[in-house]
Write a protein that binds this ligand. Structure first.
Ligand SMILES: [Zn+2]
Length: 412
């Protein structure tokens, strides 16, 4: 099957300058060539899909999902009480919803009962529809620690290494470890580290031996410091919360420099609050009082922008499945990077595609529009370089060569 995609401009994920009247030629599952309408000739062979006024770009990469969580206000109660079968059904729907929003690669960053492995297999065998999946299995946490109810508690360094090896044995593409407590887990402490840097360093070393990378959840500054020190490949949240509950932030610019120097990626989960605001679901006074991120959103954006200016590489994780954070909501992340943090539209698009593919170690396969890469392509209505919100308006989706959506109509 040969398809020719044509639109007013093409963003390839590499260049900061779009190609005018860009064309992608797809042969089966692979990009055959990138060209322009002028060079196409009069009667090119293949099915033509043209979106006047549109923008062709690589498919989005969602770096942070919990596929079996509901995204409903009761997400915590549901995930801690539902049966394996109920969670599995939620996952099947979640991966489909994610795909039809334009996400062609997705990383599950923690789920229970080994569900993500079964879903990944079903997607790769085309039994169900979903994006290319990379999965971490169950996250590694301390007893009573963040997301302990997902099932892998490990307190000592030896236990952490055993847990990590077990996830690799089950099929994990990436390792997730909880370096501090989290908001989703009552009684875990978001401001204090769950593991010291020696334990994290051993985890990184053993993961690298096994050919996988490590992503670590970190809210409190102590946890961020431990992750930076240990060389955790992907810091998740990186919230810089002070250990003192009376303070919001304890940001250390010199550690941001170390994160940049070591080439570690940061997934700032920047859009969770944006989604609530945009969907018209206000925060209660109690929620705002309990969260530094909500009570000082500008302060959080300023910290992230300073990290960016120091050369830290950002990837696009939304934390889908958490309350109100839906599986079709990807575009809120680059939107918030532009409108909140203040980077350019093109920079946010490159974070959403190439940089995220690099963090996953799959940039030779996807993340840019280049010949011989996987045909993971979206066409937007309009120009996201003049309005980043155009990323919400996906006209056409091709995932590994399969036509998922065309002219706004979902075909699966
Ligand atoms: Zn998460």
């Amino acid at each position: 099957m040969r398809r020719i995609l044509i639109a007013d401009q093409l963003i390839d994920g590499l260049s900061h300058t779009p190609i005018k009247n860009g064309v992608v030629i797809i042969q089966d599952q692979t990009i055959d060539a990138i060209t322009t309408k002028d060079q196409l000739g009069n009667d090119p062979e293949g099915e033509i899909i043209e979106v006047p006024g549109g923008t062709i770009m690589p498919g989005f990469i969602e770096m942070h999902t919990h596929m079996h969580c509901s995204a409903e206000p009761e997400a915590y109660e549901q995930v801690t009480s539902e049966t394996h079968e109920e969670l599995l059904m939620r996952s099947v729907e979640a991966v489909r919803s994610t795909l039809i929003s334009g996400v062609t690669t997705m990383r599950d960053l923690g789920s229970k009962n080994e569900i993500a492995f079964a879903v990944k297999k079903a997607v790769s065998e085309k039994k169900i529809h979903g994006p290319r999946l990379l999965v971490t299995g169950t996250p590694i946490t301390t007893t009573a620690g963040h997301c302990n109810f997902f099932g892998t508690e490990a307190d000592t360094a030896d236990n952490v290494i055993s847990a990590l090896r077990n996830q690799v044995k089950l099929g994990a593409d990436y390792i997730k470890i909880m370096s501090t407590g989290g908001v989703f887990t009552p009684r875990s402490n978001v401001r204090v580290a769950q593991y010291n840097s020696d334990t994290l360093r051993l985890a990184v070393k053993d993961a690298e031996r096994l050919g996988v990378r490590v992503a670590a959840h970190c809210h409190g500054t102590e946890g961020v410091l431990n992750c930076a020190d240990a060389g955790i490949h992907n810091l998740v949240h990186s919230t810089w919360l002070s250990a003192d509950p009376a303070e919001s932030w304890d940001y250390r610019p010199e550690v941001a420099d170390i994160i940049a120097e070591k080439g570690l990626w940061v997934d700032p989960t920047i859009a969770i609050a944006t989604i609530r605001t945009e969907k018209g679901i206000p925060f209660s006074d109690q929620e705002i009082a309990a969260s530094a991120v909500l009570s000082d959103m500008e302060g959080r954006f300023a910290i992230l922008k300073d990290m960016w200016d120091r050369g830290v590489k950002f990837v696009t994780g939304l934390d889908t499945g958490m309350s109100y954070v839906g599986f079709g909501d990807f575009a809120y992340t680059p939107q918030t990077m532009v409108e909140g943090m203040g980077i350019s539209e093109m920079e946010a698009i490159i974070c959403s595609t190439l940089t995220s593919a690099q963090c996953l170690g799959i940039d030779s396969e996807t993340g840019t529009l280049e010949a011989n890469k996987s045909a993971d392509v979206v066409i937007l209505n309009g120009d996201p370089l003049s309005n980043i919100r155009r990323l919400h308006d996906v006209d056409t989706i091709i995932s590994q060569g399969d036509l998922i959506k065309q002219t706004g109509k979902v075909l699966i």
